[in-house]
Ligand binder design. Structure first.
Ligand SMILES: NC(=O)c1ccc[n+]([C@@H]2O[C@H](COP(=O)([O-])OP(=O)(O)OC[C@H]3O[C@@H](n4cnc5c(N)ncnc54)[C@H](OP(=O)(O)O)[C@@H]3O)[C@@H](O)[C@H]2O)c1
Length: 271
């Protein structure tokens, strides 16, 4: 076992490791002596430092199945799946068509479901395993002009908390990372339709979201937290990765009355 590693080396699959949280976590876990597989829809155009990049589009069943098969064929087992791949969608909730909302959920929610279902038969047979789902503070509270993204992460929260009960008997732990804003390449796309009644306020709120990500901390603390969860003996359900005032969001959610939470978020996003 490498000296700096407190747990035995794991075989880890991280979805969406071409950049952002996924790349930072894959790099760090590889440095710590784990055998790491990351993924990209276009591995040839991405850099992978110390880990293997496999092709994967989490929106496609075959792609998910092939990716997991490759890891199992090469490494002989899979200890930890980190469901990190995700996209964002801004704008007023009313502006998105059901199809645009479905596309977002196809990556942020069904992508997680698809990958988790692909790894579970092997993990259940081994009677051990770990799933880490990258959620968001937007999985805990509603966020103006980021409503469907928040909905996709709320879905992930309910799914993960329920799954954790069901997998406990098989020795498989499920954890959530509720991340605040960090500087990555995540970008807000918008629905094709713009409803003029939201003009101005939509742009104001979006400017706050954009600035939060652009001026955010680099993603290293998220990578370190993921490494801590991977190496934990008894991983919890929830972990928060956030800096400054944002780290108070879970406490706000738990202890403040709804009206006060709304007032704080309205002021924050000028909504
Ligand atoms: N940055 C933040 O402030 C923040 C805050 C809270 C939560 N998060 C969450 O953190 C996760 C990572 O986001 P990030 O900020 O690191 O974003 P990012 O820099 O844009 O990276 C997103 C990753 O997801 C992959 N991806 C996107 N669509 C995919 C698909 N259909 N199939 C497979 N992979 C796909 C991308 O890989 P390819 O394009 O190479 O396929 C890329 O590696 C997401 O779940 C996001 O919701 C981010």
């Amino acid at each position: 076992m490498p000296e700096h590693l407190t747990s035995s080396p794991r075989v880890i699959l991280i979805t969406g490791a071409s950049r952002g949280f996924g790349a930072a976590a894959a790099r760090l876990l590889a440095q710590r002596g784990h055998r790491v597989y990351g993924t990209s829809r276009d591995p040839a155009s991405a850099q992978a430092e110390g880990f293997t990049l496999l092709p994967l589009d989490v929106r496609e069943d075959d792609s998910a199945r092939r990716c997991v098969e490759t890891v199992l064929n090469q490494a002989g087992r899979l200890d930890t799946l980190v469901n990190n791949a995700g996209v964002s969608l801004g704008g007023a909730v009313e502006e998105a068509t059901p199809e645009e909302a479905r596309q977002l959920f196809e990556t942020n929610f069904f992508g997680v479901l698809r990958m988790t279902s692909a790894v579970l038969p092997t993990m259940r047979a081994a009677r051990r395993g770990q799933i880490i789902n990258i959620s968001s503070l937007a999985g805990l509270v509603g966020v103006p002009y980021l409503g469907l993204y928040a909905a996709s992460k709320h879905a992930l929260e309910g799914y993960s908390a329920s799954l954790r009960y069901e997998l406990r008997r098989f020795g498989i732990a499920v954890s959530l990372v509720e991340a605040g804003n960090y500087r990555t390449d995540i970008r807000f796309t918008f629905p094709a339709q713009r409803i003029p009644d939201y003009d101005g306020i939509r742009e104001q709120a979006t400017a706050v979201h954009d600035t939060d990500v652009r001026d955010g901390h680099p993603p290293d603390p998220v990578a370190r937290l993921i490494a801590r969860i991977v190496e934990s003996r008894h991983p919890r359900l929830r972990y928060v990765a956030a800096e400054g005032l944002e780290s108070g969001v879970p406490l706000m959610r738990r202890f403040l009355p709804d009206a006060l939470q709304e007032w704080i978020l309205r002021r924050r996003y000028r909504a």
